[in-house]
Design a protein around this ligand. Structure first.
Ligand SMILES: NC(=O)c1ccc[n+]([C@@H]2O[C@H](COP(=O)([O-])OP(=O)(O)OC[C@H]3O[C@@H](n4cnc5c(N)ncnc54)[C@H](OP(=O)(O)O)[C@@H]3O)[C@@H](O)[C@H]2O)c1
Length: 280
């Protein structure tokens, strides 16, 4: 039997879920190659997490920078393979479709969807598609969201990207069966991360949607800020990475019946009525 690698690549480790996963996996003995977009973020995280955090500066929309990172990762691996790739980097573009800036929508897909294609394609050889791969096949964890299956108003761009992540992950998992590289979807509900401070409604203040948007985003951001503690999410992601027989998808959702199972069971028209009644 080939040896197991203890090296993981995680995108988006400057904050939030990527940072938390890096911290937990380092605690469990892994070396983490963590992507950041600013050199100073990499230095900060390395100071906090120690020398088994190795920062790589690249944007998931920048193919040449990703290609350069592959070469650097290879040098660090020194002939070994990767135990995992966690495609975590993500942003959220929201707003009513009638007033959306299409460039922003395209950028959301560039980061959340094409980013996963770029990273996966670039690192597949190190996960196990290369000839005579030296270690056991690695595992890909794609960070989706409850929005990978549940749909709320004003969330079309982000929800579109996460639905895409779900479909891509299922296709990829079936494609990679011959290599033994598993692909698992992580579907968090609200988790306490800085993502909840990154939106704003100003752009839409003169539209007919604004009153509903204020109600909806007040509820949504409040549930995010009171969401799953980052430590719990990080431990669950690390458990999934190490599980001997993982499921294909994990809903990391608090109040799972009310916030996940029930909305999935409800007829779509009944969900429409729920939104109309509560948010106008
Ligand atoms: N928090 C939640 O409740 C929640 C729920 C469901 C799903 N998710 C998903 O979880 C993932 C992480 O989100 P988070 O909550 O941890 O948010 P976060 O704290 O805002 O972290 C997002 C990370 O992605 C990075 N990133 C953004 N754009 C990038 C780009 N173009 N190239 C490379 N990296 C980029 C950010 O780097 P910079 O610091 O350089 O911007 C940051 O490290 C996302 O995919 C998100 O959709 C989050």
């Amino acid at each position: 039997m080939k040896p197991k690698s203890k090296h993981i690549l995680i995108t988006g480790t400057s904050s939030g879920i990527g940072y938390g996963a890096a911290k937990e996996l380092i605690h469990r003995g892994y070396t983490v190659f963590g992507s950041v977009r600013k050199k100073e973020d990499g230095e900060k995280v390395r100071t906090e997490l120690g020398e088994r955090f190795i920062p790589f500066v690249f944007d998931v929309t920048d193919q040449p920078a990703i290609d350069a990172a592959v070469e650097d990762v290879k040098k660090h691996l020194n002939g070994s393979g990767l135990a995992g790739l966690i495609n975590n980097s993500g942003i959220s573009v929201t707003g009513p479709v009638e007033h959306l800036d299409i460039e922003k929508v395209a950028y959301n897909f560039d980061v959340n969807v094409l980013g996963i294609f770029r990273l996966t394609k670039a690192f597949l050889p190190l996960l196990g598609t290369q000839k005579d791969h030296p270690t056991q096949p690695g595992r890909i964890l794609n960070v989706s969201s409850v929005a990978g299956k549940l749909c709320a108003p004003f969330m079309a761009p982000y929800t579109g990207t996460k639905h895409a992540v779900e479909g891509i992950s299922h296709c990829l998992r079936r494609e990679l069966l011959p290599y033994g590289i598993d692909v698992i979807i992580i579907g968090p509900g609200p988790v306490q991360t800085p993502i909840w401070d990154k939106g704003g409604l100003d752009e839409f203040k003169n539209t007919r949607y604004i009153a509903s948007m204020v109600k909806f985003f007040t509820y949504f951001v409040t549930s995010g800020k009171n969401g799953m503690p980052l430590e719990e999410c990080s431990q669950r992601i690390a458990n999934i990475l190490e599980a001997s027989k993982p499921n294909v998808r994990y809903a990391l959702v608090q109040g799972k019946f009310k916030n996940w199972t029930l909305p999935l069971m409800m007829p779509p028209r009944a969900v429409d009525k729920f939104f109309q009644k509560n948010f106008g």
